[in-house]
Design a protein around this ligand. Sequence first.
Ligand code: GDD
Ligand code: GTP
Length: 415
Amino acid sequence: MLKAVILVGGPLKGTRFRPLSLDTPKPLFPVAGLPMIQHHIEACSRVPGLKEILILGYYPANDLAQFVSDMAQKYNIGIRYLQEFTALGTAGGLYHFRDQIRFGNPEGFFVFNGDVCADFPLEQMLQYHKSQGNSVITIMATETNKEQALNYGCIARHPKLGHMTHYVEKPSTFVSPLINCGIYFCSTDFFDVLASVFKEKLNNAPSDGVLPKDSGAMQLEQDVFTPLAGSGQASVFVSTRWWSQLKSAGAAVYANRHYLELYKNTHPERLSSGKNIIGDVFIDASAIVHPSSVIGPNVSIGPGANVGPGVRLKDALVLDGASIGSHTIVMHSIVGKNVRIGSWARVEGTPCDPNPNKPFAQMDNLPLFNKDGRLNPSITVLGCSVIVPSEVIVLNSIVLPHKELTRSFKYEIIL
Ligand code: GDD
Ligand code: GTP
């Protein structure tokens, strides 16, 4: 029997995802019509013998309760949310809930960062882990270029044995082009490693008898992987399939395209077709889309959304209950929940996809502002319940929730 753990963090995380994470917990933000972590759950449900998924985070349990019960029913798999009393870090929660994870004697368990998206090669990774003999953990890695590798955990791998020989989290100078994807397979022996790291942390704590507040917190990356490197107990599985982080709104538009593309093989019934549908498009069954509007490629339209006649949508996510008036165009943008856009309006952003001319490029996570204090070109985001009047242009801007625009905007954050 196998299990899986998804690390979802909590309300203090996902800051780069604002304003979209203000009204929806980031792990539930829909990409290609499904909450972000439903893609992880779906990948797990395809692994034979995987019987239980534990979602670990410090969101209030109520925020995820409905989602968890929907998932358990849909995939016929055990799914529970385990709430950390405080942010325990990427390893602290695993250690804290070790008895729940070990319960039922699983052979091992997958661990996922909730904010990555991928064509998850789980069965291949499992086979690889089994072939690695003594390893207590197998880390999925992918290759990127020298500059971008610095934004990730960097791994040196023994070319023949496949062991991790060195690990540095977000180094300041180049270490290796192989980066940690935030996807792991662990044997239950991994808890012995966590226990010894935890004990060492306690031994190093101040000896005044009072434990520091964050004494339960541990990071897989810094506290566990760095000492584990070179021990022969950690292996590295290199994936060449699509993988990306989901840190920013722009990343969601990019992830949407890839997940829609994967549906062609896994769930072709989720893709829409028709005279005015171009490329891969997901339209929720309860959305109303006028047949004269031209949709796609790379568009997802959520439940209850309404798209009027003559509308053009391209590289866009339209969330639940949003309405788009006639002859409006929306490109490279996210239209938040219950947003209302009038007629003949133009909402447009700039894509921030990986540079296709650079081999192994990942997305650049540019800072919000450039040196001149102007917004860097990025996708346009309309926060929930924003109102955009007719005949207005919103270009490369971020509009915070509930704002009613009265004129056109470009390169601005509208508070
Ligand atoms: N349960 C729980 N508790 N989850 C947490 C906590 C916590 O206290 N802190 C972070 N997480 C979750 C986040 O929600 C996210 O899914 C994941 O753990 C990692 O989050 P970060 O700590 O923000 O790290 P990162 O995303 O910058 O970098 C990590 O992921 C990269 C790949 O995307 C590292 O693992 C890097 O090495 C890696 O390259
Ligand atoms: P290229 O073929 O890439 O040169 O694009 P384009 O110049 O046709 O237009 P653009 O990339 O700006 O827009 C993409 C699609 O949206 C095109 O198919 C246009 O027909 C359509 N479009 C562009 N502007 C508008 C508009 O203001 N309203 C509507 N309804 N559709 C528009």
